[in-house]
Design a protein around this ligand. Structure first.
Ligand code: ADP
Length: 484
């Protein structure tokens, strides 16, 4: 199965564009920085800058001698944006992380059980924003887009689309039928024609327009797939690379365990959310952790200086006589799993007079690994093998500690940075060859990724099992302690 694709990933901090050759090899790639404008709690980006960066990236690829004559263009990118469009232009993209004042009307409203059954989640994300826009600023928009990649598609083809993965987080899509639900967007003051067209990730959204062809160098008439939000693209690629439907753990700034699911299952104690999976009729169940790489960064900053990851690696590497009693609870920002507790905070327990900063540094990483294991179990995932993704995997110490705590082989993708693009590539293959997801996955597996494999140290098992129990017990007993 061969096809040549132009793939773009428009993330929060960078736009990456690559040409994937007929056999799945990366022919050439480039990236451009993406700026976020923050003012207080407002987090915005400028869609005009996205498009400018995309054109520049295409020019760079062209100047490198790479032809842009591809079978299809596929895009992925940040999700849960809110992008009002007027006269074919968008001035602002309000980001998922934006918590700005009353005009945003609080991004996430709690949804009723009936809404949850339809949307898969117990919050409404975009509807309050839509209502605000319809009420306060009707002159500012005539349609709305929800994903960064959808703006690129709009500029390339003139068509406004949304994929079911990103559609889920708007809180207006029925996750079962993968269509906008009238009851959900009704009352927002907008009409159906102002919403983007919901397509499947492998559907062709449109064809490159003449004007866009002149600006980018991509031949006019090239098909452009709908693609999918990066949460879905990473899950798709992780599933294919891990060689099954086994789920994976994400150790980025925050963390999560993600697992493919056939049904929706809300959690009684912790927090769970669902995305419609790229595959029709399936879901991705996600158990989030608020504390992961951000805690790692805090520890690096505290003991080694800001961003001095290498120094921290040395500090946390196997200190002498690691105390068996020392455990770190990493809830610096409250936590969502195993229970939702906004007031929870971090703690070291079991400190004795022998404890020094290297023990504490290692205890921090162990605490993060215990948290990941808890959330993995909660997601119903067997911890017999683990596919680990996210920037936290750059830490050798964390990778090894996770393998030791899980007592299983940890597979880390060598293509961390491009994982979402590989997921998008599967959509391209499916579109061009009209093949099944399995066949697209096989093509993706065929690419030599040279993943990093970390084997567990069996000699650590006993002590880490004891510590894990101590961790769980300490976290349990600390519940409510900050209510005083
Ligand atoms: P995001 O979820 O924001 O996309 P990333 O996947 O980039 O996050 O992961 C960010 C985390 O990666 C940081 O919080 C830190 O824990 C880890 N990290 C980043 N750079 C390094 C490094 N050089 N060495 C070790 N860990 C790193």
């Amino acid at each position: 199965m061969r096809c040549r694709l132009l793939i773009a990933d428009l993330g929060t901090s960078s736009l990456k564009v690559m040409i994937m050759g007929g056999g799945g090899q990366v022919e050439s790639s480039t990236s451009e920085p993406v700026l976020t404008y923050t003012e207080g709690k407002r987090h915005e980006q400028k869609p005009a800058e996205w498009w400018k960066s995309f054109k520049k990236a295409c020019r760079t690829l062209h100047n490198q001698g790479t032809g842009l004559d591809v079978d299809a263009v596929v895009c992925t990118g940040q999700m849960e944006d809110f992008i009002p469009v007027k006269d074919g232009r968008a001035d602002t993209a309000i980001l998922y992380s934006d918590q700005g004042g009353s005009r945003r009307l609080q991004n996430r409203h709690l949804a009723s059980d009936a809404v949850t059954a339809v949307t898969g989640n117990d919050w409404k994300s975009t509807t309050p924003l839509m209502k605000w826009l319809a009420d306060e600023a009707p002159e500012k928009w005539e349609r709305v887009l929800f994903g960064s990649k959808d703006y690129l598609i709009y500029c390339l083809t003139g068509v406004s689309v949304c994929d079911p993965v990103n559609g889920t987080v708007t809180g207006m899509m029925n996750v079962h039928t993968r269509t906008w639900d009238e009851q959900l967007w009704n009352g927002t003051g907008i009409s159906y024609r102002q919403l983007p067209l919901l397509l499947e990730p492998e559907d062709i959204a449109g064809y490159v327009l003449k004007e866009a062809a002149v600006q980018t160098g991509i031949p006019a008439g090239t098909p452009v797939c709908c693609g999918l939000g990066d949460g879905g693209a990473v899950t798709l690629a992780a599933g294919f690379q891990a060689g099954g439907d086994s789920g994976y753990a994400y150790a980025g700034t925050t963390g999560w365990a993600a697992v493919p699911a056939d049904t929706l299952a809300m959690s009684k104690e912790g927090s769970v959310f669902h995305l419609a999976a790229p595959q029709k009729g399936q879901f991705i169940k996600i158990m989030p952790l608020l504390n992961m790489g951000n805690v790692h960064q805090w520890a690096v900053h505290t003991w080694c200086g800001h961003g001095n990851f290498e120094e921290f690696e040395k500090l946390a590497a196997e200190p002498k006589a690691m105390p068996e009693s020392l455990v770190f609870i990493p809830y610096l920002n409250g936590e969502r799993n195993p229970i939702v507790d906004e007031k929870a905070r971090g703690a070291f327990i079991g400190i004795d007079s022998q404890v020094d900063e290297s023990h504490m540094a290692r205890a921090v990483l162990e605490g993060l690994a215990f948290s990941l294991k808890q959330v993995f179990a909660q997601a119903g995932l067997a911890s017999s093998s683990l596919f680990l993704v996210g920037g936290g995997t750059k830490s050798r110490a964390l990778r090894q500690i996770v393998a030791d705590v899980f007592q299983c082989r940890v597979q880390v993708s060598a293509e961390q940075e491009r994982l979402a693009m590989f997921g998008a590539a599967a959509c391209g293959w499916k579109a061009v060859h009209e093949c099944s997801w399995e066949e697209a996955g096989k093509a993706l597996r065929g690419i030599d990724h040279r993943d990093i494999i970390v084997e567990p140290d069996v000699s650590k098992k006993e002590i880490l099992v004891k510590k894990e129990r101590l961790f769980a017990e300490a976290a349990r007993r600390m519940r409510g302690i900050f209510d005083v």
